[in-house]
Design a protein around this ligand. Sequence first.
Ligand code: FE2
Ligand code: FE2
Length: 162
Amino acid sequence: MQTGSLAAALEREHHEIDAGIAAFTAAPGDRQPLTRAVGALRRHIYLEEEFLFPLLREAEPGLAAPVFVMLREHAQIWGTLEALERAADAGTGATLGKRLTVQLLHHNLKEEKILYPRADEALPPAAADRLRVFLSSGELPEGWVCLLKARPVSQNPGRAGR
Ligand SMILES: [Fe+2]
Ligand SMILES: [Fe+2]
């Protein structure tokens, strides 16, 4: 079984994704770094929404509010990702790449300051192990969409905290 800080591993993913987007905005003609970064970011959001955030809320109910802010930001980021992929297909996309960079800067900082430290402190060891396994080899299910994109709050307020 792997060991080590989950917070550090999740932060490392942030940096790797940031680097891919930076490579694309510096040279938008090369699509490969963007494709890799977008895939990694979608998988990262999946891991957070389906595994990390529910575990954190269960361990510390007081984290429900910051988690919900992160879900809302994921929906905004997801929208930017979709627009960015379309723009990159059309040979543009540098502007949206910069927008994504700014969105991630603010979002990632909050996760790294508020939520990730709790992942190391509050999660049961077995749950932390499952997250480490997913980080090393997990895959995004085909067609998965972030929770508030799939089910906007305005259409389903009762499930907003999920
Ligand atoms: Fe996130
Ligand atoms: Fe994150």
